[in-house]
Design a protein around this ligand. Structure first.
Ligand code: BMA
Length: 873
């Protein structure tokens, strides 16, 4: 018996053993996971795409183990057939995988009990992407979207015992081109063929991500059996929610295969069981909606982080026939009201999220896929990144439109952490096809995803796409013949302001819909009239100075950014020593996906700081540069409240180890920007700003109540000599930004010929004895600041689950970073400014010994990164 067939039998036996079976005599809906015994092999390129072949491949052998959920890159890696795709420049060597055809195979052990059930359905929650499914050699279907559930009635195609399930994945681009080829407009619109299959576009490479066009069963697969009726969905529609009452409609969508006399019961509450009700119904064949009106007096409301708690109410629906439970389903949600307020005002039309009646200034960042290989993202990874967002005082993340719809785990954590989700639909930076099939496909996708996700209180906006409306102005579309351009635009409007907007209104009426990011909903804009959200790429892509952010009249900034390198430990994960001699080595450039990005970082470095003395210093200084740049933007946008009501910088996370705009790297290590974000997104921020020959001390408060505090200003030189000091009692307005003190510069220096390059302003805001915010301001451009050499003393002592590292310096030390060589602890803070003579303590969570920490501690401040103080200027 040839090896291939032997391997297959081995798989089959393993399956029979492993596959749980349907309980005999049960009438309850059941699932039989299909996540064991999978094999995968490469198929010869037959030049055909799967949808054209109605018979499964018959050739022998070539199988190796596969994991479901998973994908072919990870299966090849696990079988040692390829090196780590992220290592050095191996990405380029692995492009053959995307160009190959792959076949996945397992067998389904169908028991008598399974086949005795009225309905036996084969369900795939996520197939990446275009493929053909065969069961016992029979073609079942040819899915073409990774964003929909695929469910097939297979009862008649199964027989008792072992059944062969095969899935053939053609090369993704081949499949896409085959579909594109059928579009009569393609030759005129030149629409990118990859848009014709609904696959996460980042897999084809992005300006922060590698190209790994993978294939596989990337979400759970199972058999689902049921009788008479099953609960498709439970939707908790929030008709009206205030602090005094919540008016809900709990809809149970029940699919019945025949007329069924049933009893539907509901129980709900914070604990899920407090209140019960039930009703006798006659289910008609097909989909039935049974709705329970629910009134909750003085509900506990769900608030974004920083405004309150995130209580979750639980709901349970059960459907019984003759006392037998046919199916039951849980649902949970947080009670809140969300409005996207867009009202005319002196700046144009506002763009603000009103949650439970509170105008919330959105503070956050964009989230991209957590890994190049979606199926291997763990809940720990979600936790590390999303908890990092909350710990940095963020209250919103924007799920960017070039990735994929996330797992329940992601949204559950956002619900729990109070992170609002601006949810792009998965359309990124490309004109989309306008074919009838495509429009049907995306409507099904939106219906499925919005139904799946609508109970998550964290989702506060559905946004049609990323930067596709914006394409109208650039990307050469202007060169297309007017008729073609008009046709593309008509399709765009039909899809993003028609089909998807209507689907959102029908499926999730309480969540606002926005056609695109950025967009002004097609309003004419001018400097005097601003509306909608903006992607401000004047800095970085526009090569402008950071100060450019301060000139912007935006209503809501949903993207702006600057790049940096990750820290040495992350760089070491994909390089050899020889790769780490310069940021321009081939391997370092292979981990920079934004073209000449490394040169742009260097150019800004010279513009603001100078040339770092070596490779490690460049890494460090790039992070400080990024953090200082984004700080200018974030503080300016917050000072502009209520004209500006949102700041979401690009980007929070990485999908692999890379130089990028992220603030937290692929391994979850915080960059300087994340520590800065915690400060510039603080609930109450003192933001000193030099403007109009004065120093204006703004205080921005996201608090809902007035705060009594003390504003303390010291102007000092870099050895701590204070030349001017003021203290002022302040009553801080809630939910507002205001100047609380403004002093002409001439009054600040305490000298007629001040050397501003040697002075710093320190603003402290204290309330109830706590320092709410501290911020420094310089009076000359960064490059002219005469930073002194600073000797930083460290004292490490055991404390709690780690150590306290206390830092002090006789001279001002900017952006002091503490690290510990090979050790990889977590830090309560880092990249902080040390004022002369003032101690600062960082708590380090680590299991290492005190001796290890003492021997490996490394402290660097900005001046140290440059060969001499002058160089830091
Ligand atoms: C915007 C984003 C992303 C991109 C980023 C940086 O375009 O929407 O597509 O990665 O800028 O260039």
């Amino acid at each position: 018996m040839r090896l291939g067939r032997l391997l297959l039998c081995l798989f089959a036996c393993a399956i029979a053993a492993a596959q749980p079976s349907v309980a005999a005599g049960s009438r309850h809906r059941e699932r039989v996971p299909l996540n064991t015994g999978w094999g995968v092999r490469q198929l010869p390129d037959d030049g055909m795409v799967a949808s054209q072949s109605s018979v499964p491949p018959t050739l022998e052998g070539g199988w190796f183990p596969a994991t479901v959920p998973g994908d072919v890159h990870l299966d090849l890696l696990k079988s040692g057939k390829i090196p780590d795709p992220f290592y050095r420049d191996d990405e380029a060597k692995l492009q053959w995988i995307e160009k190959a055809r792959w076949e996945y195979k397992t067998s389904i052990d169908a028991t008598e009990a399974t086949l005795a059930r009225e309905h036996v359905e084969l369900v795939f929650e996520g197939l990446d992407t275009a493929c053909t499914i065969f069961l016992n050699g029979q073609r079942i279907a040819s899915p073409d979207s990774m964003f929909q559930e695929w469910r097939f009635d297979v009862k008649s195609k199964l027989h008792a015992g072992s059944n062969d399930l095969q899935i053939v994945f053609p090369a993704p681009m081949k499949a896409a081109e085959a579909v594109a080829g059928k579009d009569p407009w393609l030759s005129r619109t030149h629409t990118d063929p990859k848009g014709y299959i609904r696959k996460a576009v980042y897999e084809f490479g992005w300006d922060w991500g590698p190209r790994f066009g993978t294939s596989g069963v990337y979400r759970p697969a199972y058999l689902e059996v049921w009788d008479s009726a099953r609960v498709k969905d439970v939707f908790v529609e929030q008709e009206g929610v205030t602090t005094s009452a919540a008016h809900l409609d709990v809809h149970a969508d029940v699919l019945a295969s025949k007329e069924t006399k049933a009893n539907v019961s509901i129980s709900y509450g914070l604990g899920g069981k407090e209140i019960q009700a039930d009703r006798a119904v006659t289910l008609a064949p097909g989909s039935n909606r049974i709705s329970f009106p629910v009134e909750i007096a003085h509900p506990q409301l769900w608030y974004p982080s920083g405004y309150g708690a995130q209580p979750i109410y639980h709901f349970h629906i059960s459907v019984k026939e003759d006392g037998h439970e046919l199916d039951d389903k849980n649902a949970k949600t947080g009670l809140r009201s969300v409005i996207l307020r867009r009202e005319l005002d002196k700046w144009g039309r506002s763009f603000e999220f009103i949650v439970n009646g509170i105008p919330v200034f959105a503070k956050g960042a964009a989230v991209i896929p957590f890994d190049s290989f979606p199926s291997r993202v763990t809940s720990e990874k979600y936790r590390r990144i999303l908890q990092s967002a909350k710990d940095a005082n963020m209250n919103m993340v924007r799920l960017w439109g070039g990735g994929y719809y996330e797992t329940e785990e992601f949204y559950d954590q956002c619900d729990e952490l109070g992170l609002m989700v601006w949810h792009d639909l998965m359309f990124g930076n490309n004109w989309q096809p306008g074919t009838y099939d495509f429009k049907q496909n995306i409507e099904r996708e939106a219906e499925y995803q919005m139904t799946r996700l609508r109970n998550h209180p964290s989702i506060v906006l559905w946004s049609g796409n990323n930067e596709t409306e914006e394409l109208r102005e650039w990307n050469g579309n202007g060169d297309l013949p007017a008729k073609v351009h008009e046709h593309i635009w008509e399709d765009y409007l039909t899809e993003f302001s028609g089909i998807l907007a209507r689907t959102a209104a029908r499926v999730d009426p309480q969540t606002p819909y926005w056609p695109s990011s950025p967009s002004a909903d097609y309003e004419e804009l001018s400097d005097a009239y601003q509306s909608g959200d903006n992607h401000d790429w004047s800095v970085w892509h526009g090569n402008a100075d950071f100060e450019e952010f301060e000139k912007r009249p935006w209503r809501f900034v949903s993207e702006y950014g600057f790049q940096s390198f990750p820290e040495m430990k992350t760089i070491e994960s994909f390089t050899l020593p020889g790769d780490r001699t310069s940021i321009f080595t081939p391997v370092m450039k292979a981990h920079q996906k934004n073209g000449d990005g490394n040169r742009l970082i260097q150019e800004y470095m010279k513009r603001y700081f100078g040339e770092p003395k070596d490779f490690p210093s460049f890494l460090y200084a790039s992070q400080v540069l990024q953090a200082e740049g984004i700080k200018v933007g974030a503080e300016s946008f917050r000072r502009k409240r209520p004209e500006t009501m949102g700041s979401l910088f690009w980007q929070l996370n990485d999908c692999w180890p890379v130089a990028s705009w992220s603030s937290v790297d692929y391994f979850g290590r915080w960059k300087a920007l994340q520590y800065y974000a915690r400060r510039f997104y603080a609930p109450v921020l003192v933001s000193p700003h030099v403007e109009g020959g004065t120093l204006a001390l703004y205080i921005v408060s996201d608090k809902t109540a007035v705060i009594d505090g003390t504003l303390h200003l010291r102007i000092m030189d870099f050895s701590g000599h204070v030349v001017k000091e003021t203290t002022q009692r302040v009553k801080i307005d809630p939910l507002a930004s205001k100047i609380y003190q403004q002093i002409p510069l001439v009054e600040l220096s305490g000298s007629n010929t001040p050397d501003w390059s040697g002075l710093v302003g320190v603003a402290d805001l204290v309330a109830d004895g706590n320092k709410m915010s501290t911020n420094l301001v310089y009076f000359v451009p960064s490059k002219q600041i005469k930073l002194p050499q600073a000797t930083i003393a460290t004292d490490i002592s055991q404390a709690g689950d780690g150590y306290d590292v206390t830092l002090s310096s006789a001279a001002l030390a900017r952006s002091v970073s503490v690290s510990f060589g090979e050790l990889d602890p977590q830090y309560s803070d880092n990249y902080l400014d040390l004022l002369p003579g003032e101690k600062k303590t960082i708590h380090v969570t680590s299991k290492a010994s005190l001796a290890d920490l003492k021997s490996q501690i490394e402290v660097m401040s900005l001046v140290d990164a440059f060969s001499s103080p002058a160089a830091a200027r």
